[in-house]
Design a binder for this molecule. Sequence first.
Ligand code: SF4
Length: 384
Amino acid sequence: MSVWPRAVYVHVPFCLHHCGYCDFTVVASRDHLIPAYLECLRREIQAQMQGLPQPWPVDTIFVGGGTPTHLNPEQLQELLSTIGSAFALSATGEYSVEANPEGLDESRLEVLQRFGVNRLSLGVQSFNAQQLLTLERTHKPSDAVDVIHRAQPYIPNLSVDLIFGVPGQSEVDWEQSLQTATELPLQHISTYGLTYEQGTPFFRRETTGQLRRIPDEVERQMYLTAIRRLQADGLHHYEVSNFARPGFECRHNMVYWNADEYFAFGPGAARYLHGVRSTNARSVVRWLRAWKDGVPCLEESEENSPQDKAREAIMLGLRLRSGFQISAFETRFQVSLRDLAGPALDRSLRGGLVEDVQGTLRLTEEGLLLADTVVSDFLVGDDD
Ligand code: SF4
């Protein structure tokens, strides 16, 4: 009997402005597409959930973007009502919505609360005015502080994203942003180093010398500062980029890191269903055209080999600071870790990048600083 997921992701692609570093599926100044998007989303959910009892019980719902709260209160209500008709959140479930400080007014907060949203993830990125300008964000530091205080009575479980390694950012600037964050009523903080993804304006500006990348060593120091500073404030470092107060780890993202399956809807949304990973068309217009005709529109779809699924689970599991239990992994994937990835394992153990602590494999402090390199070594087989 096939098992269906208990986690849902919904992608809302609309934003006020397309920030120069962002390579998510996003459209700005295309708000006239929102009504068609809402209708097509309803069709996609109905098509994918056909044959299953509805509302289907789930433990986590994550509405991301884009900026879901860019929708006006009526549109937001329609979105959450579509999701609520198809999925029923368990009594202890987590319902997250991403939001940006601008436009998150009382009427939107009231809609979110009324539909059971119990976790808000805010795209704050920095509490420094100059760095917000560099990142092309449309809010000011005071807007972010203000919105956190206004949102808290509606949705007490608040998370913010912060970016380090912004051109022109000093280590003192970064410490100050962290300091401000720790003085606010937050349960969760995600910190990311700025990346220059191919195809983005930031990538072009960096290659042509208009934007100067922060030296690797400074960025490394900023990451270490975040770990030290946030842990000192009682936030538990539970994943490479994520920190939470005890009990406030993001349960939806844990589904990804545990290599469990999930539904996904909306342009560019990636799902994992019955062993198959598939991604919807990233072009919002192509996704809309397809669903107007009631036809799915995938960018890619692939069922990995059992070995690749196991390798992927290592890569994801190592991102967790607690790592993963080797025996549970071997039972789940019916393969010995050493047979699957012996050479990569030995390289990482010898280099002091991973450690086996009583049968649990995890990144060391040194491995954490090279996390992307270490985990990708496990992803590629040595005979590939
Ligand atoms: S607000 Fe967020 S999702 Fe929208 S363009 Fe900027 S970084 Fe991307």
